[in-house]
Design a protein around this ligand. Structure first.
Ligand SMILES: NC(=O)C1=CN([C@@H]2O[C@H](COP(=O)(O)OP(=O)(O)OC[C@H]3O[C@@H](n4cnc5c(N)ncnc54)[C@H](OP(=O)(O)O)[C@@H]3O)[C@@H](O)[C@H]2O)C=CC1
Ligand SMILES: O=C(O)C1=N[C@H](C(=O)O)C[C@H](O)C1
Length: 249
């Protein structure tokens, strides 16, 4: 079987650089293009699959460029709005054989943490999400935290749970954090960190803590490679690598 030709967008970045290395090292993949800010994406070097790790403001246009040319895309860039996802879905209807995977987090532990949080949500009255990242991150809350909160909120709604209890009436400086689908989310930015998240679930007399740590960006690479190898077999838009990993059952 011939190698999958892969191009990387955001290739000069922290993630893009590592992706170029692991694609180059993989025996079944061939790196055919590296693109970063200001580059003309053109024919994407003849790639059949693109990995996109850029910035939230540029990612939708980059992905649209790939889809227009019939090229599959694995997207790691976070900060995609619902409206932008809807536009992408519409575009994919015109290109039914093209697959796009948007994964807020490629680390297996983070994917499992999100799934465990979703499973635990209905048993606890209180829940809060704390995400901790390096200070060079431009978006807050993290894509992982936003997705975790949305999954928790949906599970709570399915279980008939109401709002999380919170008597706060005075919070002029936003000390209680942001709300994503009604779930409190707190963002920490600290030198020395990579990517970390805690989900705190509280009930009468007890607390369950779910925590995941990415100590190094190598933690994302097996997931990115699974995405590249699987994307052609998943036409249309898929949000979340869990759908490629048999976690749907
Ligand atoms: N899904 C996951 O598992 C993970 C997702 N991420 C996400 O991936 C994204 C990138 O993270 P990270 O690598 O740390 O960020 P970096 O800032 O290190 O890399 C982003 C790169 O994209 C470049 N860039 C900016 N604009 C464009 C453009 N229009 N076209 C192409 N490239 C462009 C930047 O150039 P310049 O510096 O000149 O602006 C930079 O080289 C973020 O959204 C982050 O949240 C990160 C880790 C894991
Ligand atoms: O910017 C990062 O570093 C990360 N971004 C993703 C996110 O926003 O969730 C994934 C991971 O947390 C690292």
């Amino acid at each position: 079987m011939s190698n999958i030709k892969v191009a990387v967008i955001g290739a000069a970045g922290r993630m893009g650089g590592q992706v170029c290395r692991v694609v180059t090292d993989a025996p079944d993949l061939e790196l055919v293009g590296r693109y970063d800010q200001g580059d003309d994406l053109g024919d994407l070097g003849g790639a059949t699959a693109v990995v996109e790790f850029s910035v939230p403001s540029a990612s939708p246009a980059n992905v649209a460029h790939c889809v227009e040319r019939g090229v599959h895309v694995v997207v790691g860039t976070t900060g995609w709005a619902e409206t932008t996802l809807a536009t992408l879905r519409d575009q994919l209807e015109q290109q039914p054989s093209v697959g796009v995977l948007i994964a807020p987090n490629f680390a297996i532990g983070a994917i499992l943490m999100m799934r465990f949080a979703q499973q635990a949500a209905r048993f606890y009255e209180s829940v809060e999400v704390i995400e901790l990242h390096h200070p060079n991150k431009v978006d807050a809350p993290s894509g992982t935290a936003a997705r975790t909160a949305s999954l928790i909120a949906a599970a709570r709604a399915d279980a008939g749970l109401g709002d999380v209890p919170d008597a706060t009436t005075q919070d002029p400086d936003g000390a209680r954090g942001a709300r994503v689908d009604g779930i409190p989310v707190h963002s920490i930015r600290l030198r020395g960190l990579v990517a970390h998240q805690e989900v705190l679930l509280g009930g009468e007399g007890e607390m369950l803590t779910l925590r995941h740590d990415s100590f190094d960006r190598t933690s994302f690479m097996p997931g990115v490679l699974a995405g590249v190898r699987g994307v052609a077999a998943h036409p249309g838009l898929t949000v979340g690598l869990e759908h490629y990993l048999g976690l749907d059952a």
